[in-house]
Design a protein around this ligand. Structure first.
Ligand SMILES: [Zn+2]
Length: 74
């Protein structure tokens, strides 16, 4: 299965504590041209992503990514 995730949406849904705290105010401010600098496996648990805006504390769990992918295929 190959799934494409919109990067801006993925960055805005960053699961780190700082971004989660910003959710009630609309979430983190994300540049429209956000890109990935790197994405590395965090054990078998998820992806640790470094973003072009310098943000690097979010780990996107494979479980959440899979649920999001399945929702996109509905
Ligand atoms: Zn974050």
């Amino acid at each position: 299965m190959v799934v494409e995730f919109p990067l801006n949406e993925m960055r805005r849904s960053c699961p780190c504590a700082a971004c989660v705290q910003l959710r009630p105010q609309g979430g983190p401010k994300v540049p429209a041209d956000i890109t990935l600098v790197s994405a590395e496996m965090h054990g078998l648990w998820g992806l640790a992503i470094v973003w072009s805006d310098g943000h690097a504390t979010g780990i996107h769990s494979f479980e959440v990514l899979r649920r999001s992918a399945e929702a996109r295929n509905d």
